[in-house]
Design a protein around this ligand. Sequence first.
Ligand SMILES: [Zn+2]
Length: 308
Amino acid sequence: MTYDIHGNVSALLMRAASEGLERVGAPDQTCVVFTDAFSEDVARFTGNASYNVGRGAGVVGARTIPASDGKSVVFVNTSEVRHRDPGEVERLLAHEGGHALLNHRGEDLGGRRGLAGPNWQWEMLCLGALALDEARIETHLRALGYPPTDSICQEHFEDSLYVLNCDVSLALVETGDYVAELARRIVVAQDHLSKLLAYLVPYAGAGGAASPSKLSAAGKRHWDDYVSDLWDARRSLYARCPDASEVVASADLDSLYLSGLQLEIDQLSRLGFERSGNDATEMFVRTATDRRCQHRMNAAIRETEARA
Ligand SMILES: [Zn+2]
């Protein structure tokens, strides 16, 4: 492990970080960069100028990016983690170390473009595969005895469903005839949802993890509307995935990723949309009825007012 530290990081946090990486079994070649200029550094490294630290209702504490030869660079958002509890920092780095582990073994999207046809299908496959990676890592972390992350506590879970409903409803009214923008916003909302569920599934029934049965009436409506029909399919897919400590043969990973693609196509349908066509004739259409969309919008307004 090499460490590159910009800004002030206490010895206590450094120890917590290296403990997390070690426990998860992160590869030795992993490079860890502590930086106060997190967004800028990640954007520069990935070439994605619009990278933003906001993600769903949380702020990103760290991000792992594959480099060459199966190596990974873990960027740690120093200004965000500096004030966190060492236990949380250890867990955060253990999670990122899990990504480094998968990258190191080539158990990632690299070289798998041929699995999908048109670009929209590839985009959905990536979305499903990245969620699946998260589930493999979180399953490993639970086995190591780590508690669930705050992002899946009951309160945050409830908030995430509220935000999902607002995102879907607002995307429809704010994008008008601009279908490409509607598609982009719906995909972002789905990405947040799938990752959230990928964190939740491995911790089902664990203390500190949200339980769908404890949702408020409003949360329960969103759950039934967007998630419940596919909850068992998602649980059984993630249960089929070996955790991040176990090697998965390339062909087996292909097949898991393809199941992830189908799950996300079904999930998109629950959100009320459908994609089809090839790259030249790509279509993105709303399949949810006007009535259903109006119910969702009414709920978004009602809950937003109640929260004000
Ligand atoms: Zn992750």
